[in-house]
Design a binder for this molecule. Structure first.
Ligand code: NAX
Length: 328
């Protein structure tokens, strides 16, 4: 065996955790030569339920799963981890505004960012818990304060990317793997901009293959922006299997080398690329050279329509940042 990876999952007794953990433990993300240790973090009242999840993980008898630890202490959970999947947060309650949710969940990421900086060094973090970009901004502020480089903090946009790829493939009547270079710009929210102008289908511009700009600039964008709400309306619960799947895709993409000429979407700290304010956790087209070394793909071109959409989602992220100014 070449190595062992230690992964922390927060909110591990939740529905995304339930879909995520068996797949992490199976070895499908880090490969057949890598052993996996899981550190599972929950709030104290959820620890009994988490024990049930641990029993099920044992009962899967995964050959690569070396250890499973549970705790309600963030510092314990983050001890020596290589990856932190920050899923745990409070769901949006009835009648709650987005701003309320941001204030409600923000403090979780202050504590976890600080705990991470104390407990881990060579670590990468994927924030899934909503509002993911702003929670990530908060965790990053405290992680960086403790010596973890800003580029190690990402927020999950992969579910939006996967949703967009699937819808483009359906529209084009083709297989999903022929859709590449699907960028989601900005925030994981209803202002996100799924960019069909720079996407490709079978190596050709998506706009040529679909040929229906009205659909791409209207129904398609709305479908992706509202997909999470549509799943909740249908299922009575938010996306869990697809969110877990996307988190694993994100980790795999960051750990592996992106094929030449391709990219994926991830929300990362802006370095000012495309005029986006430095430091904001903004979704860009990203390539990885392996081992989590990513860079933002440069020089993509946009129509005025796209520029407007990108500015709108940046404006929303600035507003969210202002709401949590005292936490960062
Ligand atoms: P659940 O409510 O099923 O699970 C959340 C879990 O987090 C609970 O078990 C809770 O006890 C735990 N938790 C709460 N505060 C915690 C803390 N301080 N430390 C550790 N654990 C804590 O929600 P689930 O469906 O699993 O969704 C989790 C989060 O993912 C939510 O914020 C949700 O909005 C977000 N999502 C993000 C997506 C994305 O694409 N970025 C898509 C899916 C999902 O909606």
């Amino acid at each position: 065996m070449a190595r062992t990876v230690r992964v922390a999952v927060t909110g591990a007794a939740g529905q995304i955790g339930y879909a995520l953990l068996p797949r992490l433990a199976s070895g499908e993300v880090f490969g057949p030569d890598t052993r996996v240790e899981l550190n599972l973090l929950e709030i104290t009242p959820a620890l009994p339920a988490l024990e049930g999840v641990v029993m099920e993980l044992q009962d899967c008898a995964f050959p690569l799963l070396d250890a499973v630890r549970t705790t309600d202490s963030a510092e314990e959970a983050f001890d020596g981890i290589n990856w932190g999947l920050f899923v745990g947060s409070k769901p949006r309650g009835k009648g709650m505004e987005r701003g309320d949710l941001i204030r409600e969940n923000g403090p979780i990421f202050v504590g976890q960012g600080k705990a991470l900086a104390k407990a881990a060094d060579d670590v990468q973090v994927l924030v899934v818990g909503n509002p993911a970009n702003t929670n990530c901004l908060i965790a990053k502020a405290h992680g960086v304060g403790g010596g973890i480089p800003a580029e190690r903090f990402h927020a999950m946009m992969r579910l939006d990317q996967n949703r967009a790829m699937a819808q483009l493939a359906l529209k084009a009547g083709t297989r999903v793997e022929s859709v590449t270079n699907m960028t989601i710009w900005g925030n994981h929210s209803a202002t996100q901009y799924p960019d069909a102008e720079n996407a490709q289908i079978g190596g050709r511009p998506c706009t040529d293959v679909i040929g229906h700009i009205g659909w791409l600039q209207g129904e398609f964008i709305e479908l992706i922006q509202q997909r999470g709400a549509a799943v909740i309306a249908a299922r009575g619960l938010s996306s869990a299997a697809s969110a877990a799947n996307a988190a694993l895709d994100h980790v795999r993409s960051m750990e592996g080398k992106t094929p030449d000429g391709e990219w994926f979407s991830a929300a990362v700290a802006s370095d000012g690329s495309y005029g986006i304010e430095e430091g904001l956790v903004f979704s860009f087209p990203v390539r990885s050279s392996g081992g989590g070394n990513w860079s933002i793909v440069q020089d993509l071109e946009f129509s005025d329509f796209a520029k407007e959409k990108i500015q709108a989602t940046e404006a929303e992220l600035k507003e969210e940042r202002d709401i949590v100014a005292d936490l960062i």
